[in-house]
Design a protein around this ligand. Structure first.
Ligand code: HEM
Length: 141
């Protein structure tokens, strides 16, 4: 996947400009792939949110997430999946669910030793996607 961000892929991935280059801090494309493996394992084991993923094609999700995160952190990847709005429409994702998923990403990044500045950059990008992803209210808001 040695291609680069395009206006279309940036829009689909819901990336906020400017893209900053932290790919080295993430350990290159292989490091991003390993991070997404760790992250998805944590999500699958997280009783607060794993019900959302009961019918999900996990290998496909890992592929799309790897491309998206690699592109976000300035790596040589192009996201070609669905937009965040499209892929989460109808899933009834709540703010609480969003925050649990964000914590799983923090735990995964800690476990893989990603430097804090690089973590914070990715987390800011993910936080900015919340309006496209959260479509439901639950007991916790
Ligand atoms: C910023 C946070 C998030 C990002 C960057 C993200 C990203 C993605 C991506 C790239 C896909 C694949 C799209 C495709 O197949 O074309 C996807 C699918 C999915 N996401 Fe998220 N997501 C986020 C938050 C969440 C949350 C909080 C939940 C629920 C707790 C969730 C549940 C799902 C599910 C169930 C699918 C699979 C839908 C299907 O089977 O088609 N996502 N997400």
């Amino acid at each position: 996947a040695d291609s680069h961000a395009t206006p279309e892929s940036i829009q689909k991935a819901d990336i906020k400009l400017p893209i900053k280059n932290y790919i080295a801090e993430f350990g290159g494309v292989e490091g991003v792939k390993a991070l997404i493996d760790t992250f998805v394992s944590k999500v699958a084991a997280d009783p607060h949110i794993n019900v959302y993923f009961a019918k999900t094609n996990i290998p496909h999700l890992k592929y799309e997430l790897t491309q998206q995160v690699c592109e976000i952190v300035g790596g040589p990847c192009t996201y070609t999946g669905q937009s965040m709005d499209q892929s989460h429409r109808g899933l009834q994702v709540t703010t609480a669910a969003f925050n649990y998923l964000a914590q799983d990403m923090i735990d995964a990044m800690d476990e893989r030793g990603i430097p804090i500045a690089a973590q914070n950059y990715l987390l800011r990008q993910l936080a900015a996607m919340e309006p496209q992803i959260v479509t439901a209210k639950g007991p916790l808001g």
